[in-house]
Unconditional design. Structure first.
Length: 401
C-alpha cells in the first residue's frame, strides 16, 4: 500500500508519522474485578456494580455513572476491589458472538459515587496515555477489533485471555489530537442520543394519544355521537385463509405473497383482489397485521380479512393496539404458537359512529408514525455517518488538526 507523505507503515497499518503504536499492556494497568452474579445484585445497595451483560446490551462507548440506573451490591461485599475512577475502561471478557468480543466502555462522571467492575470484565486503568473521553472508542478501531477476533477462543462463548489482550496493539495520536477527536465524536454521540430519546418520547405520546382516541375518552374537534361495539366478524364480509404452502413464493413473481413473516414476498399467481387485512396466524410474529390493496396471495396460516364495512385503517389501528393482549390470553402454545379464526372474528371493535371520525383518528396515528419514521431515518443516517467518520478519525486517515 502506498504511504502518503506525513504517514508511516506500522504493524497495524498506515498511521500519521507523529502517532505511536502501543499495546494494551503498555497503556493500561489491569486491576482486580469482582465476580458476583446477577442474583446478588439489587438497586438497594451502596456500591454500584458494572455487570458485563449491561455492557453488552445497555451502554455504548461511555458510561455516565451519574445519569444511569445501575444495579448495586451492599458494602460488606466490597472487600478489596478497587473503586472506579473517571477514565477507567471496563472491557468484557466473554461474548456469545464476534460483534461483542472485548466490547468496552469508559467511565465518566463517577463524582462521589462508589462503583466496582464485575463478573466477566477486565478493569483497565490508563497509565497516562489517553485523554478522558477518547478511551471509549478504542475497541471500535478496525485494526484493534481484528486482533480481538484473532485471539478470541471458544465455541458457544468467545473470550480473550489477559496475556493475549495485553499484546493487542492500538494506534495512539498525540494528546491534543485525541482531545479534538474525542470532542467531535462526543458531539455526534450526543446528537444520536438526543434523537433516540426524542423517538422514545414520540412513541410514548403516540401510545397515550391512541389510548384516549381509541376508547372515546378524547374526541377530535367536530365529532359527536355515541360509539358502538361490533365484532370483527360482523363488519368483515370475507374471512378466510390463504391456501398455499410457505415455499410457494417466487423471487421475481408479479404479485405479493403474504406469509406469517413481517415481510411480504412474491408469487406468480393471485387468489385475492382488493383491500385486505392479512394477519399472521402462527410463528414468531403471530398476530402481525399487514394492510394491502391490490392483487395478492397468501399462505395457508395467514388470515385474510376483506370487505370491511367500517374504515379499514381504523380497524387495523384498533387491532394493532388490542389484538396482542387478546392473543396473550387465547394463543395456543406448543412448538409453534398459533391463533384460530375465532380469535379474530370474535374480537370486539369499538367504533366511532361515522367513518369520517374513524378515518380522522387513523390519520392522527399515520401523522405521528410519519414523524417517527422521519426521525428514524435521521437516526440511521447519523449512525452511519458516525460509524464511517469514527474509523477514519481513530486511524488518522482523516485529521482534524
Amino acid at each position: 500500500m502506498e504511504v502518503r507523505p506525513g504517514y508511516k507503515k506500522t504493524e497495524i497499518g498506515i498511521i500519521p508519522e507523529e502517532w505511536e503504536v502501543k499495546s494494551y499492556g503498555d497503556i493500561f494497568t489491569f486491576l482486580n474485578t469482582a465476580s458476583y452474579p446477577r442474583e446478588k445484585l439489587s438497586f438497594a445497595g451502596d456500591i454500584k456494580y458494572i455487570h458485563y451483560g449491561d455492557i453488552h446490551t445497555k451502554w455504548v462507548h461511555h458510561l455516565d455513572v451519574s445519569n444511569e440506573l445501575i444495579p448495586s451490591i451492599k458494602t460488606d461485599l466490597l472487600k478489596n476491589y478497587p473503586l472506579l475512577r473517571d477514565g477507567d475502561v471496563i472491557l468484557v471478557d466473554a461474548s456469545e458472538d464476534y460483534a461483542g468480543i472485548c466490547k468496552s466502555i469508559e467511565i465518566k462522571n463517577i463524582c462521589t459515587q462508589k462503583a466496582i467492575s464485575g463478573l466477566h470484565t477486565y478493569l483497565l486503568r490508563d497509565k497516562g496515555v489517553f485523554v478522558n473521553g477518547y478511551r471509549g472508542y478504542l475497541y471500535l478501531i478496525t485494526t484493534v477489533k481484528r486482533q480481538f477476533n484473532r485471539v478470541a477462543v471458544g465455541l458457544k462463548v468467545y473470550g480473550v485471555n489477559r496475556a493475549d489482550l495485553k499484546n493487542v496493539l492500538i494506534p495512539v495520536p498525540p494528546k491534543d489530537e485525541q482531545k479534538i477527536i474525542a470532542q467531535y465524536l462526543s458531539e455526534i454521540d450526543s446528537l444520536i442520543s438526543s434523537l433516540e430519546k426524542l423517538i422514545v418520547k414520540k412513541k410514548l405520546i403516540k401510545q397515550g394519544v391512541m389510548q384516549e382516541l381509541l376508547t372515546g375518552k378524547r374526541r377530535l374537534p367536530g365529532f359527536t355521537g355515541e360509539w358502538e361495539t361490533k365484532r370483527l366478524g360482523e363488519i368483515a364480509g370475507r374471512k378466510t385463509t390463504g391456501k398455499l404452502d410457505a415455499n410457494a413464493m417466487k423471487e421475481n413473481g408479479e404479485y405479493r405473497f403474504y406469509t406469517c413473516a413481517k415481510e411480504f414476498y412474491y408469487i406468480d399467481i393471485y387468489a385475492f383482489e382488493g383491500e385486505a387485512l392479512l394477519v399472521s396466524g402462527n410463528g414468531a410474529y403471530v398476530g402481525y397485521i399487514h394492510y394491502y390493496d391490490g392483487r395478492f396471495n397468501a399462505y395457508q396460516r395467514t388470515y385474510v380479512i376483506m370487505d370491511i364495512s367500517e374504515d379499514i385503517f381504523f380497524v387495523k389501528l384498533f387491532m394493532d393496539v388490542y389484538l396482542k393482549e387478546r392473543i396473550e390470553t387465547e394463543v395456543n402454545l406448543g412448538n409453534t404458537p398459533y391463533i384460530k379464526m375465532d380469535t379474530l372474528t370474535d374480537m370486539e371493535i369499538r367504533l366511532p359512529p361515522t367513518k369520517q371520525e374513524q378515518n380522522a383518528i387513523a390519520q392522527v396515528n399515520r401523522d405521528i408514525d410519519s414523524e417517527i419514521s422521519i426521525l428514524n431515518q435521521q437516526l440511521s443516517k447519523y449512525k452511519l455517518l458516525n460509524q464511517g467518520i469514527m474509523e477514519e478519525l481513530l486511524t488518522g486517515r482523516i485529521r482534524l488538526v
